[in-house]
Unconditional design. Structure first.
Lengths: 100, 143
């Protein structure tokens, strides 16, 4: 069976066109979207966050000793020196000074 | 120290993080001893640090006073002490030997200048601003 030359040309043109389309499709690099939407999507919930337990590192003002109270513990010792503050405090500050 | 001590008290003593110990030096002799003794007697009425501040505030007048005992009695009256108890303590020289003993120990420990400060044993010689003490104390508290 003989193929008509015009028909043969059309078939070849069609095949070439299909190949080029396929190549161009595979060559397109779609820009990747940054997942910014993920960050923006976070919505506040109606459920309140659980309260964070506060760690008391210092006495509250009502518990803090007054200077008068401090002085009550600051009487002169028999050894002839005075102390102000908690005897169990982490830091001891010794002041050697003269009144004159 | 008059300016620095209140800051130390507010920031570290009131919060329970630090205690202050005062060891008086007696480098000017009998006058130093009388003033230190006056502070010690005020301590019997829980007013050591109040008296100490008053003594520093009146340092010039005390230094030139002709009658130191009388001048100290006036300071005690000025801060509201029971002057009878104060006078009795001064007269009995209750803390005289202890103060002399403390001073002797301080000298033996190399305390020859004034003032000298020791923060957990770390010695600083000479008057220091609060900015000098703060970082040292903070570092010790963070250990």
């Amino acid at each position: 069976m003989r193929i008509h030359p015009v028909l043969l040309v059309l078939v070849i043109i069609s095949l070439v066109a299909c190949t080029q389309t396929s190549d161009s499709t595979s060559a397109v690099v779609e820009p990747t979207r940054l997942p910014s939407a993920t960050v923006a999507v976070i919505q506040p919930t109606d459920t309140p966050l659980p309260a964070q337990p506060t760690q008391a590192t210092q006495p509250t003002p009502s518990m803090a000793p007054t200077l008068a109270n401090l002085d009550e513990g600051a009487g002169t010792t028999d050894e002839g020196y005075a102390m102000l503050g908690d005897a169990q405090a982490a830091v001891t500050f010794v002041d050697y000074s003269d009144f004159f | 120290m008059l300016e620095v001590e209140p800051q130390l008290i507010e920031q570290y003593v009131r919060t329970g993080q630090m205690r202050i110990i005062v060891r008086p030096l007696l480098q000017t002799g009998e006058d130093s001893l009388l003033a230190a003794h006056a502070a010690a007697c005020a301590g019997e009425q829980q007013q050591y640090f109040t008296m100490r501040s008053a003594l520093y505030a009146n340092q010039g007048a005390l230094y030139t006073a002709t009658d130191m005992t009388q001048a100290l009695q006036q300071v005690a009256q000025g801060i509201g002490l029971d002057t009878n108890s104060f006078a009795r303590c001064m007269q009995q020289e209750t803390y005289r030997l202890a103060l002399i003993s403390q001073y002797t120990l301080a000298k033996e420990d190399g305390i020859l200048a004034r003032p000298v400060f020791e923060i957990n044993g770390q010695r600083l010689i000479g008057a220091q601003p609060f900015a000098q003490f703060g970082p040292i104390i903070d570092a010790l508290l963070n250990e």
